[in-house]
Design a protein. Structure first.
Length: 148
């Protein structure tokens, strides 16, 4: 049975589950019903785990365009999002991976990414409004100061 994430956050049990999802996506065989925020985060994790941030962004953009084209969707996958918003999310995931890659297994790290980044309002919690919504913004996370 194929494993595809649903609207509920699920945990991957094996690397094979993640690889099955990636292969289905890259071969444009992933059902549209399985194209969720969780799937997007898994793809981001995969590309960032194996590549530098700029290379992961390039590969992800090309793969998303191909998948969308093959499924009759808008071939520009990022059209409805500000580039700074996507870069901010991928940058945050990349930083998270760097922080934990040496301590956590591939599967555990994938599950942590899903848990940490599935929140649809995450971008508004961690980035100033101007940094998220204006393309000329330099995106840097807000670092909360500890109350003394």
């Amino acid at each position: 049975m194929a494993f595809y994430p649903t609207t509920k956050i699920r945990s991957y049990r094996t690397a094979a589950e993640i690889l099955e999802l990636i292969e289905a996506f890259e071969h444009c065989l992933l059902p549209l019903s399985a194209w969720t925020n969780e799937t997007y985060l898994t793809l981001a994790f995969w590309y960032l785990y194996l590549n530098s941030l700029p290379e992961a962004e390039r590969l992800m953009s090309a793969s998303l365009a191909r998948y969308n084209f093959e499924n009759g969707l808008n071939p520009n996958p990022f059209e409805r999002f500000e580039k700074t918003e996507i870069s901010a999310l991928l940058g945050a995931i990349n930083d998270f991976i760097k922080l934990y890659k040496s301590e956590k297994s591939f599967v555990v790290l994938a599950n942590l990414i899903l848990t940490r980044f599935t929140d649809q309002n995450l971008r508004l919690k961690n980035y100033r409004r101007a940094q998220v919504f204006f393309p000329q913004a330099v995106v840097k996370p807000i670092i909360a100061k500890e109350s003394r």
